[in-house]
Design a protein around this ligand. Structure first.
Ligand SMILES: O=P(O)(O)OP(=O)(O)OP(=O)(O)OC[C@H]1O[C@@H](n2cnc3c(O)ncnc32)[C@H](O)[C@@H]1O
Ligand SMILES: [Mg+2]
Length: 216
């Protein structure tokens, strides 16, 4: 198989992996997870923006594994917390925190806070081993509840209320979340541009020249 038809999902988050796989199923590519390869070092996510961190993850993975890689950097921005936890959404409640601990810290910080407005943001970066990358973005507005509801999804989903569907993200199915979420919107652009992306990957990933042996 042409090496460029493999796409590695460069995330260690199982919730993200499931959502990305669901949105890209049906396209003529072989999707691999990081678990399909031997151990590789973790990327230090010390960028100041989602773009920077998404590119760090996609380009590092593509370079180390030798296949095109798709990374997602995302987070929750809460208006009353001046945009926190933002790019620090994963580590905000401590490096080893569980999703329940992240939600619980958010609810504590938001106690007695009348302004509940928040938004999820997602940047998807698709990089080739040589370095260049394409970027796609998505955003979704909602509000922070004062208690969790629902058990689907991951991260802050149980406390993120999406008014148009009158549910939290954790009360939506994978497909329902994919139609409206920040990640779903970014991945919809990837789907819309799929053919263009494959052509770009092929262009950026030249096949080694075949040297013929003649006359022997
Ligand atoms: O870096 P990778 O390996 O992809 O996995 P991660 O979980 O560390 O991911 P990020 O660095 O992008 O951190 C984003 C955090 O923001 C939260 N988050 C992002 N998207 C979310 C979603 O769709 N629903 C709920 N929480 C989300 C969740 O806590 C994530 O851990
Ligand atoms: Mg991370």
């Amino acid at each position: 198989m042409n090496k460029s038809r493999i796409l590695v999902i460069a995330t260690r988050n199982k919730g993200k992996t499931a959502e990305i796989r669901d949105m890209l199923s049906g396209f003529p590519i072989t999707i691999k997870n990081l678990d399909d390869f031997g151990p590789i070092p973790e990327v230090v996510e010390d960028g100041e923006t989602f773009d920077e961190n998404a590119y760090k993850k996609s380009s590092f993975t593509a370079r180390v594994l030798g296949y095109p890689a798709l990374a997602d950097d995302s987070g929750l921005m809460v208006e009353a917390l001046e945009g926190a936890p933002g790019v620090h959404s994963a580590r905000w409640a401590g490096p080893e925190a569980t999703d329940a601990e992240r939600c619980s810290k958010l609810l504590t910080e938001m106690e007695n806070q009348p302004n509940r407005k928040a938004a999820f943001a997602c940047v998807i970066s698709i990089a080739v081993p040589a370095g260049p990358a394409l970027t796609y973005e998505g955003r979704c507005e909602g509000t922070i509840l004062d208690a969790p509801a629902g058990s689907n999804g991951f991260g802050y989903d149980p406390v993120f209320f999406y008014a148009p569907l009158n549910k939290t993200f954790a009360q939506l199915t994978l497909a329902e979340k994919g139609r409206v979420s920040h990640r779903g919107r970014a991945l919809q652009e990837v789907r819309d541009e799929f053919d263009k992306i494959i052509k770009w990957i092929d262009y950026q990933t030249p096949e080694p020249e075949i040297v013929g042996c003649q006359g022997e």
